[in-house]
Design a protein. Structure first.
Lengths: 170, 589
């Protein structure tokens, strides 16, 4: 037998789906008939949902009369689009030439290692989203990492742990 | 008046060549007797310029353009082969090999792989470059075809076939650069994707990245069990294609040699799917007459003997489900009468009767368990489907020298067929066969001798239309093959329906694969329109050579109705020979 709270949960899920469909329709209509509109629509969808959820992509395919394959070809081709929910914190590791030469790969490796350790001690998987980005224009501070918009420069791998800790503390 | 194509003149390797404007250098060279290597350009498909092997030199041009994607122009002086080009092509092959596993010995394409052939020809004898093999597990999810992502060379033939020719969009090219790879959208499994199992991807793949699900071992096992009665049926289009695997030209009709081979493999009864194609026509033409002449049921009637097409329809054209013929495909009809009528007659326990079908098709493997009606005999009506390619391998395993097989006949009564049955294997054939019998059902007479060949529904045109006069009533028919062509026809039907008009057609034949079953996804490799035409000619010749060319004239068909089924659309016929369709999700995830 379904409990009342299960009913309520289902109800709110259905409400979410209804709202999502309405939003997808609105976004698709806004760009209707314009050449190359798929990318603009996907930008709007990512702004709305934080990433491109599969269910939303499916709805968009139906709305636009195109295939899911076409949408996935676009969102996997452009690094800008996300297929998974963004974390609470974003860590961007600069892979520009200067940072790369100064050891950005080591920074990235240390970040992943520290996050694995944190996950093992109970931090939610995905709380920190790590990505490699092209040159952020702070070559003088190489190697650099941008954490939630704050740039940290001249980092050595040992410093990574402290930065993550400070973020968690906030 | 047909406008004459403008011709361009150029030189290839010093020899003058002439070709219609727009001809690629690749095709122009081929006509001049020069084969430029390529792994991505397929005669059925547009150039993608993906592999880079077809580079050539043009005097005065410092770059090396790709011959597949460059049109021949007046005055070009082209070099297709020299020491430098050979060295570069060899390096390209080495680069491809650096991401390709050295698994040739155990690969499904070993011996007829386009990559393996070129690597052999170019004499690549060691792995000079570090190997980076894609670490993604193979997809065995759908039972008809298997994708081994590690063997994919990103030529994108499968994607073009799946998207543009078949309009299925199960496969796509995801990611970019070194990460680029072919996969179903969003990395779901093939079983969860819109895949219709037509196997055109496998038929066009240059390597072993997409192959049919090989089930030969299970057939050997059944043949080796003394308690099992093994019977076999051979589909119409197999007889004009199997020979290609043994050095015969495409279109050679080897029906009677195949019967003999089957007996020597150990099958105790050899049937012909052409017989049940005649049976399908009896049911389907009756259905058509019911709908057309007596107004019982929706028009147009749409054929349903192609399982890839019924899967596509259940996923993408659910509003037309009532228009589908409920008559089962010849494969399934033969299975059920073999395990009921034949088993009863011969005193064989149907639970010990093992029925194998030889099909040009990978989707036929899926059809075996498509719905409960595929078990109408009380058992699975057909136990295993082997594609033409699998049968060729099985014959080779058996040691039988196919070219030396004698000619034999099939077993009565499920082996006798008419010309109408045999043309089922080509686009337009089901329509032609159904019209021959439909005409008889309405008028009580056969079509006049000079009208029995219904030429407008023949050929490789994507959509064919015709109007046939049946005692003053005009029957409008359409024939479509290649799924992308089907959508155009059905859109016309829908548009008329929305406007409240009479349907543009009364009867529509659909086959998923370009050319119909003769171009099926399980047929010998190397498909092109030239090969399709030859295989078609083989079937039309078989039709011409038959004394009886209409399904209702088949004496064995008359007998099975008299002894067992009653009449077309009888209660028994409905129970054993008909099926149902239901909407299915395009994406299961």
């Amino acid at each position: 037998m379904k409990t009342k709270s299960a009913d309520a949960e289902l109800g709110s899920l259905l409400d979410w789906v209804e709202g999502m469909r309405k939003r997808v329709r609105e976004i698709a209509r806004e760009w209707e008939g314009r050449e190359g509109n798929l990318i603009m629509i996907l930008h709007a969808i990512q702004n709305e949902f934080g990433y491109v959820p599969r269910g939303v992509a499916n709805e968009l395919a139906r709305e636009m009369g195109i295939s899911m394959a076409r949408i996935y070809e676009v969102i996997t081709f452009y690094h800008y689009f996300r297929l998974t929910p963004p974390g609470s914190h974003t860590v961007q590791v600069c892979m520009g030439t200067a940072c790369y030469l100064k050891g950005a790969e080591k920074l990235h490796g240390e970040l992943e290692r520290q996050l694995k350790l944190m996950e093992a001690s109970g931090v939610r998987k995905g709380e920190f989203h790590v990505e490699n980005v092209r040159c952020i224009g702070c070559c003088g501070m190489a190697p650099a990492v941008v954490m939630d918009g704050d740039t940290h420069g001249r980092l050595c791998p040992d410093a990574v742990k402290d930065i993550l800790k400070r973020k968690r503390g906030k | 008046m047909i406008r004459q194509a403008t011709m361009v003149e150029a030189r290839i390797n010093g020899l003058p060549v002439k070709a219609p404007e727009g001809t690629s250098i690749l095709d122009a060279a081929r006509r001049a007797g020069v084969r430029i290597p390529t792994l991505c350009k397929h005669p059925d498909l547009l150039p993608t310029a993906a592999c880079g092997l077809c580079i050539v030199k043009i005097a005065g041009d410092r770059k090396m353009p790709r011959a597949c994607a460059t049109a021949l122009q007046n005055g070009m002086d082209i070099t297709t082969h020299d020491g430098e080009l050979t060295r570069i092509r060899r390096t390209i092959l080495e680069l491809i090999l650096s991401t390709h596993p050295n698994a040739c010995l155990t690969c499904g394409r070993s011996g007829n792989c386009e990559l393996q052939t070129l690597v052999g020809e170019f004499g690549v004898r060691n792995d000079r470059l570090e190997k980076h093999i894609r670490d993604v597990p193979s997809d065995h999810s759908n039972g008809s075809i298997i994708i081994d992502f590690a063997k994919c060379i990103n030529c994108a033939r499968c994607v073009q076939v799946c998207q543009e020719v078949q309009n299925v969009w199960a496969l796509s090219i995801l990611h970019r650069g070194i990460q680029m790879r072919m996969a179903p959208a969003g990395d779901i499994s093939l079983a969860d994707s819109p895949c219709i199992k037509c196997g055109q991807c496998a038929a066009h793949c240059p390597t072993g990245a997409i192959v049919e699900h090989d089930e030969i071992a299970a057939v050997w096992e059944a043949l080796g069990d003394p308690d099992t009665f093994c019977s076999v049926q051979i589909a119409p289009s197999v007889r004009v294609a199997l020979g290609e695997e043994f050095g015969f030209p495409p279109g050679t009709n080897l029906t009677r040699q195949i019967y003999a081979t089957m007996r020597r493999l150990g099958f105790k009864a050899v049937f012909d799917t052409n017989f049940s194609a005649d049976l399908t026509i009896m049911e389907e033409a009756s259905e058509f007459v019911e709908r057309f002449a007596h107004g019982r049921g929706s028009l147009p009637l749409i054929t349903s003997c192609c399982p890839a097409w019924t899967d596509y329809m259940e996923k993408n054209h659910q509003d037309l489900i009532n228009n589908f013929s409920t008559a089962k495909s010849p494969q399934q009809m033969l299975g059920v009468v073999a395990k009921t009528y034949f088993s009863e007659k011969m005193g064989i326990d149907p639970s010990k009767h093992f029925q194998v079908s030889i099909m040009p098709c990978t989707a036929k493997k899926y059809e075996l368990e498509r719905t409960d009606e595929m078990f109408a005999s009380g058992y699975q009506d057909v136990d295993i489907t082997l594609t033409t390619r699998e049968l060729a391998r099985m014959i080779k395993q058996s040691g039988l020298v196919f070219s030396e097989m004698p000619e034999e006949d099939a077993d009565s009564v499920l082996g006798e067929y008419t010309g109408a049955g045999t043309i089922f294997g080509t686009t337009g054939g089901v329509m032609e066969a159904a019209l021959r019998t439909g005409y008889y059902f309405v008028t009580g007479e056969n079509l006049p001798q000079d009208g029995i060949e219904i030429m407008p529904v023949r050929g490789l045109e994507g959509v064919k239309e015709a109007e046939i006069d049946i005692q003053g009533a005009k029957v409008r028919v359409a024939v479509a093959h290649g799924m992308a062509n089907v959508d155009k026809v059905l859109d016309r039907v829908r548009a008329a329906r929305e406007r409240g008009e009479e349907p543009p057609y009364h009867f529509i034949e659909v086959m998923a694969c370009p050319g119909g079953c003769i171009g099926g996804g399980g047929q010998p490799y190397g498909i092109s329109n030239e090969v399709r035409r030859k295989r078609m000619e083989g079937l039309y010749q078989d039709d011409k050579d038959r004394a009886l060319r209409c399904s209702h004239e088949n004496p064995s068909i008359k007998q099975i109705y008299k002894d067992f089924l009653g009449e077309p659309l009888s209660e028994k016929a409905e129970r054993l020979l008909h099926t149902r369709y239901k909407p299915r999700k395009t994406y299961r995830r």
